[in-house]
Design a protein around this ligand. Structure first.
Ligand code: ZN
Length: 313
């Protein structure tokens, strides 16, 4: 089975260089506000897609259990160090195009700053839909190609691509910005109901960030976020959508029963030493030091597919 290339943060110091020391306090705090406005206060099981080093995970603590998924094992190891090993957190290294979960499992899912790296966004969204249960809430963030800076640059002839057309723009290899209408079309096609749209990072301008206190910018952004209901012209857009079909998730506490074989779809998998085995296709999936690994496990060697790109955004 072929799937689109993935952007792998394996070995990346993304958390430190981009967030902790990268002057991104403004972006981080505006995301916290948006999540608070969109996410249900409580629930049973939440899937965090592209969890990275767990920056947002503490914001989901109203949920009984959180499954952190990332393609990079080293990012998950950083998350583990930050959050600790407990039943509250399940760490899964997997490809978003081949999610290793049974259908209708989750009450909620979040995908923040991840669609940005999806060469086939619709396919990724389809995978998310499948693992959400009936009335499951999905919080999606995407980078907006129709933001004011891009519009001005285009109108002044300083940018070749048009921000007004529906196709994604890949401005750096495996970094995509999307037109809000295109994302809405995909979500509607997949049967999601769009409940709320917020726009973020209205003041992501270097000079402003240097001159104006972060708290002031965060406050102004928190007011501006609501304009997302009418138009989306900021660099980052958050949507709350709900799955309107499928089965209602029943509370499942046995973590093993969450999983299916990402190759053949069979479940349940059988627990073996350091791995989970599929009794249908005999594939083995890794489990080591508290991290499940569904990226490809051949003869004890992890099989990394496609180009490895250490992301910077
Ligand atoms: Zn299988």
């Amino acid at each position: 089975m072929t799937t689109p290339p993935v952007c792998d943060y394996e070995g990346s110091d993304y958390q430190t260089s981009f967030w902790d020391k990268g002057g991104r306090e403004y972006e981080d705090r505006t995301e916290a506000i948006a999540l608070k406005r969109l996410l249900p206060k409580s629930g049973h099981l939440l899937l965090e897609l592209g969890a990275g080093a767990g920056r947002n995970t503490p914001r989901y603590l109203g949920f009984d259990r959180i499954v952190l998924l990332d393609y990079s094992r080293t990012q998950l190891e950083q998350a583990q160090q930050r959050l600790g090993k407990s039943d509250k957190y399940v760490y899964v290294a997997a490809d978003v195009y081949r999610l290793p979960f049974v259908d209708g499992l989750f009450d909620a899912a979040t995908m923040i700053r991840i669609l940005h790296h999806m060469a086939d966004a619709r396919k990724a969204l389809d995978q998310v839909k499948n693992v959400l249960g009936l009335d499951g809430v999905f919080i999606l963030e995407f980078a907006n190609k129709l933001h004011l800076k891009a519009i001005f640059r285009y109108l002044l002839g300083r940018q070749k691509w048009s921000p007004f057309t529906l196709e994604p723009v890949e401005f750096v290899k495996l970094n995509f910005d999307f037109h809000p209408k295109a994302v809405k079309n995909w979500l509607k096609d997949l049967g999601f109901k769009i409940e709320k749209t917020l726009t973020l990072s209205h003041f992501r301008i270097g000079l402003l960030k240097r001159l104006v206190p972060t708290g002031v910018l965060v406050f102004l952004d928190s007011l501006s976020q609501w304009t997302g209901a009418f138009w989306q012209l900021s660099p980052s857009v958050f949507m709350k959508v709900v799955r309107r079909d499928g089965i209602r998730p029943h509370k499942q506490d046995n973590i093993l029963l969450y999983f299916k074989c990402p190759d053949c779809g069979h479940s349940p998998l059988i627990e073996k030493e350091n791995c989970l085995e599929c009794s249908n296709c005999q594939k083995k999936w890794g489990f080591k030091d508290g991290i499940f690994d569904f990226r490809g496990f051949k003869d004890g060697i992890f099989d990394f597919r496609e180009p490895v790109i250490n992301g910077s955004s």
